[in-house]
Ligand binder design. Sequence first.
Ligand SMILES: Cc1cc2nc3c(=O)[nH]c(=O)nc-3n(C[C@H](O)[C@H](O)[C@H](O)COP(=O)(O)OP(=O)(O)OC[C@H]3O[C@@H](n4cnc5c(N)ncnc54)[C@H](O)[C@@H]3O)c2cc1C
Length: 277
Amino acid sequence: MLKIKNIYFPSNMREAITMLKKKKSIFIAGSTFSFKALPQDIEDVVLSKKIKLNYIKKDSKNLVIGSLATFNDIENDKYCKTLFGGSLSMSASQCSSQLIRNMATIGGNIAHTNAFNIWPVMLTMLNSKVKIITLKGEKTALYKDLYKLGFIFGRNALIKEIMIPLEYSKDNFYFHKVSKIKSSWDSYLTAAFRSKIKDGKIKDIKLVFGAVRALPYENIEIEKDLLNHEITDDLIKETAERYSSGILSINPNAKINKYRSQLAGNLVSYYLNYIRR
Ligand SMILES: Cc1cc2nc3c(=O)[nH]c(=O)nc-3n(C[C@H](O)[C@H](O)[C@H](O)COP(=O)(O)OP(=O)(O)OC[C@H]3O[C@@H](n4cnc5c(N)ncnc54)[C@H](O)[C@@H]3O)c2cc1C
């Protein structure tokens, strides 16, 4: 049985973090995850309701998304619809139902690792940074290093903003969530790809897969090998096979993983063919 004694409504993240000083306290944003996963011993709940942190704006270098922006905010935002090939808006739109998209926040989505969450895949593909608030002050980290920092998000640290470098805003993007039904959480495989081509050669590339393990799958070695190469039939075949076997190696005995591995190879092949034109 839950033992909640107090509910707090801070007006900003700094106030919220001081309220989390007490050991048995937790921060709740959209509540789509925590309504079923609230630790039993929690006594103080710190709600985000009064905190204005759902902005999406540009600064000189980044698209800056407040951590309380919902999937619906992102889906309908003018920058998310137009920059980065519209992939932010499109990926948000393909999650769950309108009801969940109205509530679920990007901060809550990346606070804990989960194979099926969409934002870890997108933020890895976009080399994003995250601004964090702790009792000691603010800190900025690369998204991919977030879980190495040793914080328990929502308990002793809060996510304030996500920063996506605008230098990628005109790259070639591809997003595909392969699932039983279009807006299902339960995806077989999620692919988020980005690349820059100049004079027929690959100048930058990031190929990221979700739904295969707790953290997104990326292969920096393959990405490095692709740089400064023209895209030939042989390169496409070899790269598709490398991704296919990389995904398979995560869990070689699982039947579903054999399907995912074939799918990953096919999607890589499709994308490389598409960007060489
Ligand atoms: C039916 C259903 C379908 C779903 N479908 C999808 C889907 O298709 N794709 C997908 O990606 N996700 C999906 N989800 C997952 C879920 O909606 C997300 O993970 C959501 O983004 C969590 O955000 P929230 O604001 O609801 O978090 P909450 O439930 O409020 O919090 C979740 C956890 O994160 C912590 N937290 C929240 N905000 C912050 C912050 N700013 N800083 C630090 N810690 C924080 C909380 O303390 C808590 O531990 C689905 C969920 C449901 C219930």
